[in-house]
Write a protein that binds this ligand. Structure first.
Ligand code: NOJ
Length: 484
């Protein structure tokens, strides 16, 4: 049937039906290009992380991280890849800032490698530890790009793992707080936005639990110990917030960069929207909810039972230290939700096998997550400032003989997600900025260099950077301040 429905049929049908009913058109809102724009002061950025791009893993006194160790274990990473050289950003940071400038971004989210600053995780700082980040920050500012720094993007100093069991110990949370205070003291004269921890849920479930993918340090802890790791990471976040407030300049703004479990009403009835609100609170019970409320939900504790983390009232106060903003990484809908009679008030629907996804199998194509995630975050916890700290997709990017990468799938993905984000800002959801993952192709953890998320293509042998078509899409989008 679809084959026999030609364009001529459509023209005929269109001609015979009034496409816009007369009454409705008289009252319809006029959609102008302006009404599709983001707010005038919207922050446009790109994002990366230290281990994924820097390389130079022994330069200027850097100590080893758990990722250096893990990536060199045979068979752990696709193709036995590792981050020793990665995108060679440590040496090429000036060239990379020029790439940002060419896009017209006004902000850049990067991460600081903890083992560059404290090679052993705590104790004596490396005197050269901050030099690279000082150079980078100065270069960004000289080019009109505001630096947004993440303190922890998974590269824990190996020494902490060896000596105290990494995040299994509260000592690591304390060490993280001290490192955060030290960094804030050194850079908050110029870096006004600091993210504490990137995607706790991912590195905990995959690095310490039995997530579908394995990450460093490659442990598979029983549930009670895993819950304690979660708690220690939350504590580390809270201690870092307090240390930044104590040691940083007074105008330093701080918040997490969490991969919120995005719950989307399957059909947007008032009942299902309410169910999605409840689901957002419960499904983020181990992370964002604890941070924003200073308590684990009853359902979280009941579900954990005797495996619940051990904590004090004081811990929960630290964990819920007031934030200036909440950063969320949004790639896809995690759950579609409907209202339910059961005591939870919601149920999560199963995904059909045919649900569309992007090149990475896990990356579902569900742009409406970009509307609902910030809307429900703002609604549940009255959050006044939200950043989308990551969004983007991998693609089977192929360079043509004439040196072009026509990544139409990435453009389609970005346009649809940004359209939904604009829908949110137009309705008053307080999203202040968007950081596209990623500036350039880089080391994609267990997938090595096989998955490319960049706006710039990298030839990892020559380290040549080439803009993909999506770089032009993003440049035009930023210039127009609306999805193009
Ligand atoms: C989220 C992580 O923060 C980032 O490191 C990773 O590369 C992207 N997701 C894509 O998987």
């Amino acid at each position: 049937m679809p084959h026999s429905f030609t364009r001529r049929h459509f023209a005929k049908l269109a001609g015979s039906l009034p496409l816009v009913p007369a009454v409705a058109s008289a009252q319809a809102t006029v959609i102008t290009p302006d009404s599709r724009c983001f707010p005038p002061d919207f922050v446009w950025g790109t994002a990366t992380s230290a281990y994924q791009i820097e390389g130079s893993v022994t330069a200027e006194g850097r100590g080893p991280s758990i990722w250096d160790r893990y990536a060199h274990l045979p068979g752990k990473i696709h193709g036995n890849d590792h981050g020793d050289h990665a995108s060679d950003h440590f040496a090429r940071y000036k060239e990379d800032v020029a790439l940002m400038k060419a896009l017209g971004v006004t902000a850049y989210r990067f991460s600081i490698a903890w083992p560059r600053v404290f090679p052993d995780g705590n104790g004596e700082p490396n005197p050269k530890g901050m030099d690279f980040y000082n150079r980078l920050v100065d270069e960004l500012l000289a080019n009109g790009v505001a630096p947004y720094a993440t303190l922890y993007h998974w590269d824990l100093p190996q020494s902490l793992q060896d000596r105290v069991g990494g995040w299994q110990s509260r000592d690591t949370a304390q060490a993280f707080g001290a490192y955060a205070g030290y960094v804030a003291q050194k850079i908050s004269d110029r870096v006004k936005h600091i993210f504490t921890i990137n995607e706790s849920a991912t590195f905990i479930d995959f690095g310490y639990g039995s997530g579908p993918v394995e990450m460093a340090p490659g442990l598979k802890l029983p549930q009670a110990e895993l819950n304690q790791v979660r708690h220690n990471v939350l504590l580390g976040h809270g201690l870092a917030v307090q240390a930044i407030r104590a040691s940083g300049h007074a105008d330093t703004k701080v918040g997490p960069a969490e991969n919120i479990v995005a719950c989307v009403p399957a059909i947007a009835t008032p009942q299902n929207i309410r169910a999605a609100e409840i689901a957002t609170r419960e499904m983020n019970g181990g992370y964002l909810t604890a941070m924003l409320e200073g308590r684990y939900t009853d359902a979280f504790l009941a579900y954990a039972g005797r495996n619940a983390p051990k904590f004090t009232a004081d811990d929960m106060k630290i964990i819920s230290s007031p934030l200036d903003f909440v950063g969320i990484n949004v790639y896809m809908p995690q759950h579609y939700v409907v209202a339910s009679e059961d005591p939870n008030g919601f149920s999560l629907l199963p995904f059909p096998r045919s649900f569309p996804h992007m090149e990475s199998d896990w990356l579902r194509m569900g742009p409406e997550a970009m509307y609902w995630a910030p809307r429900l975050l703002a609604r549940n916890w009255d959050v006044k400032a939200i950043y989308i700290t990551e969004n983007g997709t991998s693609g089977a990017d192929k360079m043509s003989a004439d040196g072009r990468v026509i990544d139409l799938d990435r453009i389609m993905y970005l346009r649809n997600y940004l359209t939904q984000l604009q829908r949110a800002t137009a309705e008053g959801v307080p999203v202040k900025g968007y950081f596209l993952w990623s500036l350039m192709d880089n080391f994609e953890w267990a997938d090595g260099y096989a998955k490319r998320f960049g706006l710039y293509h990298l030839d990892f042998d020559s380290q040549r950077r080439t803009p993909k078509l999506s770089a032009e899409f993003y440049r035009q989008t930023i210039a127009a301040n609306r999805p193009m």
